[in-house]
Design a binder for this molecule. Structure first.
Ligand code: EPU
Length: 302
């Protein structure tokens, strides 16, 4: 969706919102798939309520983009604009065991920065691409930990109240790859409370996780991480592998040869290809195991 109304463009500029016309989602997502739309970069959190009111008044639908690392976006001209927070400098400020982190901060850099200041706990998340806001919304986790365990406070734009609010950790429920945030809430910042640990010890944990990830996941390829959630007590990757589906392709969308729950874009895969591959694998798993796999990847295909 392209914004052409000069009056609206002026109002956006007045809010400090930077417009990138016809941004390619294929360049903003780790899968390398997605059509074009205007991208609105937000420089000040405080401008968000006015910005959303402005978009609503002009009948312009929107979606919030984090780091684009767990996302499958439709092809062609997209019927909504994208809102994204500009990355802050610095992204993290420490105060004792508390890390004040902007939602747009890079997750990996945040983990490393905290580690260097002897704050651990998040070793498992090293190597998970994306922003802290994205990790928070999905309650990202790996190797026995999840980010939700460390959340003390979250600042967010609440779509229901149209206001910026602060929630304490206990007011939010963090489950396996799921949180109580609404789909149209926008994460703005988080305070993490992290355990003290000597840097050398954290580094050991980071190296172990890095090694495990390197040996089991297709890190150099375009993917969105795991496509399906693990069903209770089972592994989606193992089931897909057992069915012999590694290497299955639709166009340039392919079930990874390294990890069967990673679907990779080997060239110029379209969203249509990837969605067809997802449905095909889901149907085969349903037929053989009687299990309905649920997407872990977020799909924007409306
Ligand atoms: N397995 C296979 N074949 C495969 C893949 C896995 O047999 O192709 C087997 C493995 O040998 C292992 C079991 O399945 O016995 C589980 O595999 P793995 O340890 O790779 O973990 P996972 O359950 O597939 C989860 C998360 C990953 C996270 C890893 C490490 C989900 C959906 N996935 O994968 O997270 O990195 O554990 O903790 O929860 C993501 O969220 O995008 C993601 C990649």
């Amino acid at each position: 969706m392209l914004i052409n109304d000069p009056k609206l463009l002026t109002s956006l500029a007045e809010l400090g919102v930077e417009r990138r016309p016809a941004a390619k989602l294929s360049e903003l997502t780790s899968l390398g798939i997605g059509g074009t739309t205007d991208l609105l970069r937000i420089n000040r959190h405080e401008s968000i309520p006015d910005l959303l009111q402005l978009l609503d008044a002009n009948h312009i639908p929107h979606k919030f983009l984090g780091g684009g690392s767990n996302l499958l976006v439709n092809d062609g001209e997209l019927p909504w604009v994208i809102l994204q927070l500009a990355p802050p400098e610095p992204g993290v400020v420490l105060e004792g065991n508390l890390a004040h982190v902007d939602a747009a901060a890079d997750l990996g850099r945040t983990v490393t920065f905290c580690a260097k200041h002897d704050l651990g706990g998040m070793e498992g998340l090293i190597g998970v691409p994306g922003t802290v806001g994205g990790a928070l919304r999905m309650n990202a986790g790996a190797y026995g930990m999840q980010i939700g365990s460390y959340v003390r406070e979250v600042k967010l734009y609440r779509a229901a109240t149209r206001e910026i609010e602060t929630l304490r950790g206990h007011q939010i429920s963090f489950e396996y790859r799921h949180t109580s945030f609404a789909a149209d809430d926008m994460m703005l910042a988080v305070i993490l409370e992290l355990p003290s640990k000597p840097y050398n010890e954290i580094l050991k944990g980071i190296r172990i996780c890095n090694e495990k990830r390197r040996s089991s996941q297709p890190l150099g390829q375009k993917s969105a991480g795991c496509i399906f959630k693990n069903p209770p007590g089972a592994s989606a990757g193992r089931m897909i592998d057992e069915l012999g589906l590694k290497g299955l392709t639709v166009g340039d969308a392919r079930v990874s040869d390294r990890h069967a729950n990673f679907f990779v874009n080997t060239g110029r895969a379209s969203a249509k290809d990837m969605l067809a591959l997802i449905s095909d694998v889901r149907e085969r798993v349903q037929k053989s195991y009687g299990v309905a796999l649920e997407n872990e990847v977020v799909v924007w295909n409306a």
